[in-house]
Design a protein around this ligand. Structure first.
Ligand code: NZQ
Ligand code: ZN
Length: 391
């Protein structure tokens, strides 16, 4: 196990009705905020009105910036940065999912910087200062509500790039599982794929003697799979299952499960090219890429992949051969994704495989990917090719 420091400042306020606490929580920081949201689902569900009532009650004023799209765009971030500077705003409240939160985080670092906020995403500068960000979460998925990451799309490329710094970790996250009842099944499924991927990125490590986090990862993945099945078989309003999935989304990415180990993260970088070029949901892209990444690595560390198959997917001793067991594990992973309505190949999602050369070059822009196995451009292209046809 490697040396590590674990610190997560995000105060989690979890459960029914908790959105009513947003005013009093925010008032502990400031009396005037940027209220950031998509202008879509949170308005339609009535959540935004509830948030505004709670803010008003607590004496918090706001300037509003709506219009965040999935795969949040840099142009909207620029608008937010300008607003914060002009209006002297010192706090950003995100009401929505990973896209709204990531946009809020980008605004939070841009507001404290005189140059172009894209410098941080393009790795020309390191972000050390940000306005505090608070969150009312509406979709369990990206884990952005308590993560150190923000992923933004610069329309000019289009480039989809991230900042990973402690200063953007939200100060609080309000999580009411009932707010997720209105999610379209496809978005619920994308979120489930993303949280599973966040655990798999950490689980596939070369680090020895990380038994506790290995077992935590396996238990968390089993709980996600079990409760996802409950949501999809039960009409989506099973509070207990929604609550498990919502909490799992945060646990999957607040790095508790990454303590003492080194994560891989190649699949995320490989996926980001799909969501950048085809503007597809990140979770759907991961459902296509992760099984291909595992398949590419089966011969690299077969016992680890056989263990994943056994502990997470229940592949039992009838498989006397590790490789056979590992392949059965990937098969069950793909079947699970399919069963909740996700694509598992380029063909399923109608993606243009003619872009593989371009995407593999872009994916390694900052150098080889991954730590479990270093991947160069040819490896990345091979993984894309493994994902072209459904098998
Ligand atoms: O835009 P609206 O109308 O609000 O609809 C959204 C959107 O269409 C909808 N939605 C959200 N909550 C809803 C709802 N619809 C009905 N009822 C609700 N309660 O769901 C759609 C997707 O929303 P989005 O915020 O894009 O989803 P998600 O949370 O999956 O975020 C995806 C973004 O996060 C990034 C991804 O790359 C992607 O850009 N990631 C961020 C990470 C981080 N900051 O730590 C890590 C992840 O690996 C990921 O890369
Ligand atoms: Zn992700």
């Amino acid at each position: 196990m490697q040396n590590f420091e674990y610190y997560n400042r995000t105060k989690i306020i979890f459960g029914k009705g908790t959105e009513d606490q947003v005013g009093s929580e925010t008032a502990q920081y400031v009396r005037r905020i940027l209220l950031h949201h998509s202008g879509g689902s949170a308005v339609k569900s009535g959540l935004l009105d509830k948030v505004k009532n709670s803010l008003k009650k607590a004496g918090v004023e706001w300037v509003e910036l709506a219009g965040v799209q999935p795969n949040p765009r840099l142009s909207r971030v620029y608008e937010g940065v300008e607003l914060c500077k002009k209006e002297q705003i010192k706090f950003v409240l995100a009401v929505g999912g990973g896209s709204v939160i990531d946009s809020a985080k980008a605004i939070a670092i841009g507001a404290c910087y005189d140059g172009d906020v894209w410098d941080f995403y393009d790795r020309k500068k390191t972000a050390a200062q940000a306005l505090p960000v608070g969150v009312v979460l509406t979709i369990p998925a990206a884990g952005s509500e308590s993560s150190i990451s923000s992923v933004i799309t610069n329309e000019a490329g289009p480039w989809k790039q991230s900042v990973n710094e402690e200063c953007i970790r939200p100060v609080f996250a309000i999580m009411n599982p009932e707010l997720t009842y209105t999610l379209p099944p496809y978005q619920t499924a994308c979120g489930i794929a993303d949280m599973l991927a966040h655990i798999m990125e950490r689980y596939f490590t070369r680090e020895p003697n990380v038994e506790l986090t290995d077992e935590l990862c396996e238990g968390a993945m089993r709980a996600i799979i079990r409760n996802a099945r409950k949501i999809f078989s039960g009409g989506g309003k099973d509070y207990a299952a929604r609550a498990e999935i919502m909490w799992a989304g945060s646990i999957a990415h607040n790095n508790l499960l990454g303590t003492g180990r080194v994560g891989d993260w190649a699949s995320h970088a490989i996926e980001h090219e799909l969501s950048a070029l085809f503007d597809m949901a990140h979770g759907a892209g991961l459902a296509i890429i992760f099984p291909a990444w595992i398949t590419y690595n089966i011969k690299e560390n077969t016992p680890r992949l056989a263990r994943f198959a056994s502990k997470v997917w229940g592949v039992d001793g009838a498989y006397y051969d590790y490789e056979q067991a590992a392949r059965e594990g990937v098969f069950r992973l793909k079947n699970f994704f399919r069963s909740i309505g996700l694509p598992v190949s380029f063909a399923d999602a109608n993606l243009d495989a003619g872009k593989i050369g371009e995407m593999s070059g872009r994916a390694v822009k900052f150098g080889p990917l991954g730590t479990y196995r270093k991947l160069n451009q040819d490896d990345v292209a091979a993984i894309y090719r493994l994902a072209v046809e459904a098998s």
